[in-house]
Design a protein around this ligand. Sequence first.
Ligand code: ZN
Length: 96
Amino acid sequence: MAKLVLDAGGAMLKTQLEYKAIARSVVFEVLNESYSTHTCSSCGTLPDSRPKGIASLGIREWTCFEYRAEHDRDVNAAMNILAAGHCRLAVGIPSL
Ligand SMILES: [Zn+2]
């Protein structure tokens, strides 16, 4: 039940941000957050050592054995989303 409430709140937040951005001629883009917790933010791969499946949702920390990078699940996801945003900015923002 709590997840449904958070999802509804997240959808409302996105809607409001998009509305405000358009009203002020600001670029607004929703990034695909799929695999953001599973992709290693250090090497950019989906290592075999990543948490997998529904049962892995309780795993908060994991190590990428490619480069021995230790990750907090939420911080790793935030780093991947931040990097995706930077990549988007690097190729330029279309004019509205
Ligand atoms: Zn890695």
